[in-house]
Design a protein around this ligand. Sequence first.
Ligand SMILES: Cc1cc2nc3c(=O)[nH]c(=O)nc-3n(C[C@H](O)[C@H](O)[C@H](O)COP(=O)(O)OP(=O)(O)OC[C@H]3O[C@@H](n4cnc5c(N)ncnc54)[C@H](O)[C@@H]3O)c2cc1C
Ligand SMILES: NC(=O)c1ccc[n+]([C@@H]2O[C@H](COP(=O)([O-])OP(=O)(O)OC[C@H]3O[C@@H](n4cnc5c(N)ncnc54)[C@H](O)[C@@H]3O)[C@@H](O)[C@H]2O)c1
Length: 479
Amino acid sequence: MSEESVPPEWDVIVVGAGPVGENAADRAHKAGLTVAIVEKHLVGGECSFYACSPSKALLRPIHATRASQRVQGSEGATVDPPGVLARRDAWINRIGTSDRFDDSGQVGWLDHVGITLLRGAARLTGKLAIEVDGKPYRARRAVILATGTEPTVPPVPGLREAHPWTNREATTSRRVPDRLAVLGGGVVACELAQVYAALGSAVTVVELADGLLGRNEEFAGRAVAEALERDGVDLRLGTRAESVSRLGPSGEVTLELSDGSSLTTDELLVAVGRTPATDGLGVVEVGGQLDDAGYVRVTERMEVKGFGDDEPWLYAVGDVNGLALLTHMGKYQARAVGDLIGARAAGREPDERTTVPWAVDAGSPQVVFTDPEVAAAGLTEAEARERGLRVRVVDLPMDKAAGAGLQAEGYQGQARIVVDEDAGVLVGATFVGQDVAELVHAATVAIVSKVPLTTLWHAVPSYPTMSEIWLRLLEEYGV
Ligand SMILES: Cc1cc2nc3c(=O)[nH]c(=O)nc-3n(C[C@H](O)[C@H](O)[C@H](O)COP(=O)(O)OP(=O)(O)OC[C@H]3O[C@@H](n4cnc5c(N)ncnc54)[C@H](O)[C@@H]3O)c2cc1C
Ligand SMILES: NC(=O)c1ccc[n+]([C@@H]2O[C@H](COP(=O)([O-])OP(=O)(O)OC[C@H]3O[C@@H](n4cnc5c(N)ncnc54)[C@H](O)[C@@H]3O)[C@@H](O)[C@H]2O)c1
């Protein structure tokens, strides 16, 4: 083989430079390994440009305005749609008024720390071997897949041809349509329905299930449904779209619904879940396994399954393994994998306490950034019972905490804890209401650390904060 034909080599190659791939690369590099990362679109991934950052940048001014409107003595705040969109543009580094975004900040960071960026689409070609746009590269120790997901477009007749918005268009649009229909009633749908309703669109949500936010406690979905209805959103629950048609490339969109009605709108957002980005990635061809939905199957150490007792070389972290479609949980897996590969390369026994991301199984913490917010950690009551746990649930209105009344006049909200009666520990908690997002980490700490309720009792919340809801919940439980 001539020198020129020897493929460039690093210790570790990471495929996908979303937040999870970036973290895995960083951690492996910090362990003393040489690392390259491959990205086919923007360094920073879906999260930075089309998901977490723009959606939260859009929601925050809406929250701030409403919070101010709910406090006596603070008047006059209104949502300024051009200002909201400009704030979002700043967060996603939009280049002028174009539909292009600047990832030079993230690229600069890679350069600064010494991680090589390969631009292009990667696929596995063999053990420790990949191709990027047809060019071969090799890894000495490991390949980490962090390719994320893409929006699912369900097989509704006419839907694809109607060129619906996905999260990408909805989070980056510079135009507020007069009418917006949203297919789906999960997290993406609820957050973005609220954004567009607040910006002035007439929004209709079409959801198959009988409630919103089906992965959360039912009361959370009900509270968000009531809030969206107060915002003027038309909720069509228990309804499916049977067919979709569009008049011309940017004309009106009409949906025929399962209840026999039809709905005409200017734009249609599809938010019915995600599809893993594994098509054409070569996982199965090199011996790895995918599940029926196409997610990469992994062991508890994020090693791709299918290689028997061979020395592990292929790992998958973040959305692409389907364990938890959340940035923070993917980054947690990435830290574990980076450390694991570092330890293995150094011939050290990997430390199970940090290299097995077991907290995924405890139930991921998540905040839905609607108004009201839904902040949850651990298991819902139903999930805990499905696991065979003997649980007791305590429910309280959030205004049992003095801090809630100070936060807003007539504060509306609800809190629930799920207690494992046999172990005497918390296994789940959900808070619904304005500004509850920051309450969730206390719940995560208690759940992950398995703090006995009798010990938690001594963690005294400050007066008069909303955290005093913890005291009220434990009192109600009977500690
Ligand atoms: C609208 C919306 C809002 C969200 N808000 C939140 C939130 O507030 N909090 C939260 O925790 N989560 C949120 N999520 C989920 C979050 O976006 C994902 O969990 C997160 O992006 C997963 O990160 P990742 O790095 O695994 O994948 P991604 O962010 O999807 O990154 C994967 C990267 O891999 C690249 N890639 C794919 N295939 C290849 C290939 N073959 N070769 C080279 N590169 C490739 C892609 O271009 C992409 O850059 C939201 C999701 C959506 C849709
Ligand atoms: N704040 C956050 O943390 C945040 C925000 C957005 C997204 N995310 C993550 O992104 C992931 C994807 O979110 P999502 O909202 O796209 O998916 P999801 O799985 O949360 O919700 C999809 C919804 O669409 C409904 N549905 C499915 N097929 C349908 C159809 N044909 N017609 C009508 N409704 C249909 C489902 O019943 C479900 O309620 C989530 O798992 C979430 O964890 C997180």
